[in-house]
Design a protein around this ligand. Structure first.
Ligand code: ADP
Length: 411
């Protein structure tokens, strides 16, 4: 069933991807076509403008033979040449303006044919207009070039081009976003399932022990072992209670409760004392570097106690042999900085960005006998942020881990 769903998902993703690629291809083709049409339209307008210029030059020649001399290359004074060139320039310019063409152009009047008439998409193009029939000499042509032709054409189609590019980018972004979301949801589902299985597994043993103790009490009613059996029931009940508390802690809502001041040196010393027995048993060490003066912050419902409890508990759990833990407390302007570091198994850089995610557990392979539900650090982060603080982690595989927490200082 799961495989069937996965297959459908992969199939749908592939089809959507192919459809999007198809759309993208069609869009690119249509952009090229639009560019070609824009170019054809431009060329057509230039031809029209040149024809109109020719007609106007014809009218000028009829009344001015000196222009005819100039155009046919006959000798004439330099001043004359400049005057006629300016005249032709203004005729061409005014006609280009009528057809909404660029005013930046170069023109020559000559009889040599120009083989460089490249006409590729947006290539350099030389436009020609013969003056045959107007002048004494035939074969003379006006040759026109626009140095900014490409820029002008691009500017003409920029609107449609930008809109189509934006639409394509949006569709691609939406597709990738949905893909990422669905991947994240799948990973979260897998983690939730692992968490539920894990938790059920953890509850099964105490429940079986309670059932067994209860049937022993019923069987040996009044026996001197009864206090031992009731103690088992109590211990197992406490285990279940602690698991339930861990989960309930996650949904704690501090906004409805009033905050109260908490002294950090004392909090850390209390936690270190609580763990010292367990750490001594493991022949490890915990060192606390208190700040020389009391440092107060605000807390809700003892939540900061749970936070440092979780961090020290993890530091012990994830130390291979003897736990070696250091906790330092410092003050930086209006912030309290607390560092909890260990020399344990560390976390690889690939896993590090995920450790604060709910239900996330690093796969420790052969040493996966370390118990946990992947909710401790998610809780820690949530509480620290609710207290307007920040948490950072640095870690190196097989070297150790340091959690740095900043909390606002009560002035
Ligand atoms: P849990 O310990 O129940 O698995 P946590 O949310 O407390 O869940 O931690 C998430 C993961 O981060 C753990 O599975 C562990 O791999 C990693 N981790 C947390 N603290 C440490 C630490 N001090 N050293 C090495 N790894 C750690």
């Amino acid at each position: 069933m799961k495989n069937g769903k996965q297959c459908k998902f992969i199939l749908l993703t592939t089809i959507t991807f192919l459809a999007l690629s198809g759309l993208l291809f069609i869009q690119v083709l249509s952009s090229i076509r639009t560019a070609r049409i824009a170019e054809q339209n431009f060329n057509h307008r230039v031809v029209m403008a040149l024809k109109d210029s020719r007609d106007e030059i014809g009218r000028q020649i009829q009344i001015n033979t000196s222009i005819n001399n100039y155009l046919c290359g006959k000798t004439c004074a330099a001043l004359e040449r400049i005057k006629h060139r300016e005249k032709l320039d203004s005729i061409i310019r005014s006609n280009l303006e009528i057809y909404n063409l660029p005013s930046n152009f170069k023109f020559t009047i000559s009889e040599t044919s120009n083989p460089e008439n490249a006409s590729g998409l947006f290539g350099t193009k030389c436009y020609q207009q013969t003056l045959n029939g107007l002048l004494e000499q035939s074969g003379i042509k006006i040759r026109l070039q626009f140095p900014d032709r490409n820029r002008f054409l691009m500017a003409e189609m920029t609107g449609t081009f930008i809109i189509s590019i934006l639409i394509i980018l949006f569709v691609v972004w939406a597709f990738l976003f949905l893909l990422k979301q669905s991947k994240q949801r799948r990973i979260q589902m897998e983690r939730t399932t692992a968490f539920v299985n894990n938790m059920l597994h953890e509850l099964q043993t105490p429940l079986a022990n309670i059932k067994l103790a209860n049937s022993l009490i019923t069987k040996n009613n009044g026996s001197n072992k009864t206090p031992e059996y009731t103690q088992i029931i109590k211990n197992e009940y406490e285990k279940i209670q602690s698991h339930v508390n861990n989960v309930l802690n996650l949904s704690c809502d501090q906004l409805n409760t009033k905050s109260k001041p908490l002294e950090i040196n004392k909090l850390i010393t209390d936690i270190s004392n609580e763990f010292s027995y367990r750490i001594n048993e493991l022949k490890g060490e915990i060192k606390v570097h208190n700040y020389p003066y009391p440092l107060y912050t605000q807390t809700y419902n003892n939540q900061l106690f749970n936070v440092f409890n979780n961090l020290v508990d993890n530091a012990i759990k994830y130390s291979k042999e003897k736990p070696n833990i250091n906790i330092s407390i410092k003050k930086n302007k209006d912030q309290i900085e607390i560092e909890v570091s260990d020399l344990g198994i560390g976390i690889s850089s690939a896993n590090l960005p995920h450790i604060f995610d709910l239900y996330y557990r690093v796969n420790t392979g052969d040493i996966h006998n370390i118990k946990g539900f992947g909710i401790g650090l998610a809780y820690v982060k949530q509480v620290i942020e609710n207290h307007k603080g920040k948490i950072k982690v640095k870690s190196e595989l097989n070297k150790g881990t340091t959690f740095s927490i900043t909390l606002p200082l009560n002035q």
